[in-house]
Design a protein around this ligand. Structure first.
Ligand code: SF4
Length: 846
């Protein structure tokens, strides 16, 4: 494949290299079923997603199955793939997605729908399931949007509702058998439809009235469509551990995720996740400790996130946090909880969180007044919010983030006006000064299917902007910052959340008109969608309207397990501002989900956690010494596509995994004391890199440490030597590069360059053009017997340097594509005393 030639031409090529640590590469030919697991957004988003990783490891744990990954390419790579006629590929084997038996696509949010079409198209597949047959991979979906998938129904062969751990293996087993028997597509769909939790859209026929409004869903025979019941994994405790994938390039959530619980029964009436992931299933503290130990040990991450819909509601949280912090504080591993609820954030928990470094502190009041919070069943009051704010400020946090929605049912002007008032009162709890700040984020409320508010009206775009304008006016001053989710995006989210199958044509048309990466502000264009909808004759505004209590809904045949009567009762209780308590502590509220045999809330008890005594002093220091070691290493192959910061992160993680007693910097965000050799230009391989690590104790067996690093670094990195060092960094360095120019070189050009005293070259630094005098930086330049250029360049700390490619481009008159295609290898490097540089004779042997 020509991919190696394409990647140097795109931004952040590390996204496409597939050399993550703990990646699985299986023998293609011996797998009976091959699945490509796809996240329909950019790598940095998709790699942060836990669900895909769980299924990836689970499938690959079966000898007969193979799973690889793919993400949507950024526009630059998409354009190159199209220009070169290359298909989209999996990261592990770089095979075209069309070679797989199954494409398993995560459905995380509505604004990624056009990305799914990009993926199908780049795989060379017809977009519509009806136009695909046994020659094509099956396209399966799953994830939160599986519960309201009608806008996507035409593109998918089948969609899984609910937890995937057990279902995916059942599906894979069935498909492997059908593949062996060469079953035709209708037979395959029939068998899939027989698996609990699997929705086959082709077996369902939506009906609309003359205005285009959905009126019912029929089965293929014209009768009532059978309901599809969601899969529920009854118990999280027994799921297997798998070593996490560790990216080599920066991603959004670059940390170890440990799922401490699934499901939330707090009962917030706007929250779809709270309904479709019921009941609560907690892991035991002992199992969480085990997963954390193994996960940090196998990854080297310096942050661990305790994941669940509401981590603060985990029943043994205080004890668990003490144990985790006692175990990991000395290694500077911080613990974050991305989903904390006010009321569960006790001072004890907050004290534990800040022991290593203060991660962000986010509160979600959702609404400005207690009245509106009662409507949505948020279960917290202004007093709770102010108490938590005061404690956070007292404990040293400077910045609090508050999340609100506007457009909630029954909202009044008073509710909206209460948002800035509440922010002001929260700031006042910290005394109002000392650099303390409050960020207020607001978004339009999107009524979601399978929630008590699924029938209410959504605000229009102009109404959303009007509320933002009001908040801009009322939240003034340097202590506040207002951020908002674009109401135009919320509009589309609302349309596709509660949309029907007619919207499939709008998605295709918008994609054809160029809609891509719609969840990204820089790519989103509402006009494209409005033009597409007009082009296919679908009116989008109507999807925001309220639905009558008797009106059919396009997702009613998909059963999330919560009874319709419970939804209706909750909608009524909302209007009456009545509280519905959490069933895990206050008894069953009759939502209808649990069978109380296999499926029921699984909650622990405080005191169950194995509290681990701290083995190190609070400072985390493990020794008082200072021993510097120099690690010399090479980086070859695709590692040339990694940036300097990415390489630093890789070594930090490998260092953590070795367990060496590294010294840390002091301050707010302690980092390991490590010095790296100067940044290597992107696209350059090297046989001569180094880093200096500062340890609190001497190394016992350097050779064992060297071997450990080589185990923990991705392919392409090799540590060749470890030796004691002074820790001093060279100020002036002579480096030799070998460069394959990809064409014969006229020696006269080199001679002409070496004959002059000065040679100005224009280079780009930090986006700006500047001139560098190149001749004085070149100490040697010759042609090797193989036709390569051997270039010796001088570089001095804090002086403008020259990259080998910049000089070669200039000397040989290369265009940018030829320059990017140069193969450059750094061969050696050594300290160069100042006196020796300019007096060195030009080294030209032809
Ligand atoms: S059935 Fe009862 S216990 Fe189970 S999730 Fe629903 S309300 Fe909670």
């Amino acid at each position: 494949m020509m991919l190696d030639a394409l990647l140097p031409q795109v931004a952040r090529p590390g996204r496409y290299c597939g050399n993550e640590f703990n990646v699985t590469r299986k023998d293609w030919s011996s797998a009976s079923l091959r699945l490509a697991l796809i996240f329909p957004d950019l790598y940095e988003i998709g790699m942060s997603h836990q669900g895909l990783q769980i299924l990836y490891h689970l499938i690959n744990s079966r000898p007969e199955l193979l799973a690889e990954r793919a993400y949507v390419p950024a526009p630059d790579l998409e354009a190159l793939l199209r220009a070169q006629g290359q298909p989209l590929f999996s990261l592990e084997s770089r095979r075209s997605l069309s070679e797989f038996d199954v494409l398993g696509v995560t459905l995380p949010y509505e604004l990624c729908y056009t990305n799914i079409l990009t993926i199908l198209d780049l795989a060379g597949l017809p977009l519509l399931a009806a136009e695909r047959d046994a020659r094509h991979p099956l396209v399966l979906g799953g994830g939160p949007c599986a519960f309201h998938p009608e806008p996507l129904a035409d593109f998918f062969d089948a969609i899984l509702l609910g937890d995937g751990e057990e279902a995916i293996l059942e599906i894979a087993g069935t498909l492997a058998e059908l593949k062996k028997n060469r079953a035709e597509r209708p037979e395959v769909l029939r068998r899939l439809a027989g698996i609990e939790g699997v929705y086959v859209p082709a077996h369902y026929v939506p009906r609309h009235d003359e205005r285009g409004r959905f009126i019912r869903m029929d089965g293929l025979d014209g009768g009532t469509a059978p309901a599809v019941r969601r899969r529920v994994l009854a118990d999280l405790e027994t799921t297997a551990y798998h070593a996490p994938l560790v990216p080599v390039t920066k991603i959004v959530h670059d940390r170890l995720g440990v799922e401490i619980a699934r499901g939330c029964t707090r009962g917030c009436r706007f929250c779809q996740a709270g309904m479709i992931y019921r009941p609560v299933r907690e892991r035991t503290p002992a199992r969480i400790m085990e997963l954390a130990e193994k996960g940090i040990g196998d990854s080297g991450f310096d942050e661990m996130a305790l994941l669940s819909l509401s981590s603060g509601d985990y029943s043994c949280l205080s004890d668990l946090l003490v144990s985790l912090m006692n175990r990991f504080a000395a290694e500077r591993v911080s613990v974050s909880m991305p989903s904390m609820r006010v009321g569960t954030l006790t001072p004890e928990i907050m004290t534990q969180i800040k022991r290593v470094r203060k991660t962000g502190f986010t509160l979600a009041p959702e609404a400005g007044t207690d009245r509106l919070r009662r409507v949505i069943n948020k279960g917290i009051t202004e007093i709770d919010l102010l108490e938590t704010s005061r404690t956070a400020f007292d404990l040293g946090w400077k910045l609090l983030k508050f999340y609100f929605m506007f457009g909630l049912p029954t909202e009044t002007d008073e509710d909206l006006a209460a948002i800035p008032i509440l922010a002001g009162r929260a700031l006042a709890t910290g005394g109002g000064g000392g650099g303390r700040k409050i960020n207020v984020s607001v978004a339009t409320f999107v009524p979601k299917p399978h929630t008590p508010f699924q029938r209410v009206r959504q605000l229009g775009i102009d109404e959303g902007w009007a509320r933002i304008d009001f908040l801009k006016q009322s939240l003034r001053g340097r202590h506040f910052q207002l951020k908002w989710h674009d109401p135009r995006m919320s509009f589309l989210e609302g349309v596709f959340s509660r949309g029907d199958r007619l919207l499939g044509s709008v998605i295709i048309e918008a994609w054809r008109r160029g809609a891509r990466l719609d969840a990204w502000n820089e790519h989103f264009r509402l006009e494209t969608w409005l033009e597409a909808a007009a082009g296919v004759g679908v009116e989008l505004d109507g999807y925001l309207r309220p639905r009558e209590a008797t009106e059919a809904l396009p997702w009613e045949h998909l059963d999330c397990g919560v009874a319709p009567e419970f939804m209706e009762s909750e909608a009524e209780r909302a209007l009456a501002e009545e509280y519905t308590p959490d069933c895990r502590y206050h008894g069953c509220q009759q939502c209808g989900l649990c069978d109380f045999r296999e499926v029921y809330p699984r909650v622990g008890r405080p005191g169950e956690s194995p509290v681990i005594a701290s083995t190190t002093p609070e400072t985390g220091r493990v020794g008082e010494g200072r021993f510097c070691y120099r690690l010399e290493y090479s980086r070859t192959g695709n590692t040339r596509l990694l940036g300097h910061l990415e390489v630093i992160q890789l070594f930090y993680r490998a260092l953590r995994r070795t367990g060496l007693p590294v010294n840390y910097s002091q301050g707010f965000n302690p980092t390991p004391r490590v010095t790296f050799s100067p940044a290597l230009p992107l696209g350059t391989e090297s046989l001569a890199e180094y880093l200096i690590i500062d340890l609190a104790e001497p190394l016992g067996e350097p050779e064992e440490v060297r071997a450990a690093f080589n185990r923990y670094l991705p392919a392409g990195f090799t540590v060749n030597r470890i030796k004691l060092d002074t820790g001093r960094v060279e100020q002036r360095v002579l480096t030799c590069y070998h460069i394959d120019p990809g064409q014969p070189v006229d020696p006269e050009r080199l001679a002409a360059f070496l004959a002059v005293d000065r040679y100005e070259i224009e280079v780009i630094r930090k986006g700006k053009a500047r001139s560098v005098e190149a001749r004085s930086l070149v100490s040697g330049l010759e042609l090797t017997a193989e036709g390569r250029l051997a270039l010796q360049l001088v570089a001095e700390v804090s002086q403008p340097g020259l990259k080998p490619a910049e000089l070669v481009r200039e000397l040989l008159g290369l265009d940018s594509a030829q320059t990017l295609a140069l193969r450059i290898v750094k061969m050696w490097s050594r300290e160069e005393p100042e006196a020796g540089i300019r007096s060195a004779e030009p080294n030209l042997s032809l």
